[in-house]
Design a protein around this ligand. Sequence first.
Ligand code: NAG
Ligand code: NAG
Ligand code: NAG
Length: 132
Amino acid sequence: MQRNNKNTIYLFVFALFHFLTSIKSENSTVLNSEYPWLRLPPTPQLPYPHHGQYAQINNISIWYTIYGPENGTPVLFLHGGLSNSDYWGLQVQQLQSTYKCILMDSRAQGRSSSSSANITYDLMTSDVVSLT
Ligand SMILES: *[C@@H]1O[C@H](CO)[C@@H](O)[C@H](O)[C@H]1NC(C)=O
Ligand SMILES: *[C@@H]1O[C@H](CO)[C@@H](O)[C@H](O)[C@H]1NC(C)=O
Ligand SMILES: *[C@@H]1O[C@H](CO)[C@@H](O)[C@H](O)[C@H]1NC(C)=O
């Protein structure tokens, strides 16, 4: 009885594996196809001219740039993982006439450097607070 259960579990695991790998290959086929909504658009560019500069914060160089009126309501743009500030190019185009847009590359990403310190949310928060 116990042996049967074990075999059933093996069979289930095998079926699950087969199912998952078949989904993957099916998805690759779809991703390689010509459906435009499955392709990432090119990375936008930041409006020109941009005045990128570096701030020395927490032992690294944080790259940042600012658009819009000095006295505008500040909006801080924080990009996602494996990304950089350029991804905000389209949003900045729309907001820079009214808002003071502050963009920064997170540590170890984009134009910012990294250190031997482990990257934690506390450290990333400290980078942002120190910059602003
Ligand atoms: C393909 O991938 C997407 C997201 O990774 C997932 O939602 C979907 O269920 C997958 N399988 C098929 C057959 O499309
Ligand atoms: C910065 O470097 C100093 C000296 O190596 C170290 O003591 C400190 O913990 C570092 N700070 C951060 C935030 O990495
Ligand atoms: C980074 O994290 C690892 C795993 O938690 C730890 O072993 C290591 O000592 C940490 N390094 C520093 C510089 O804090």
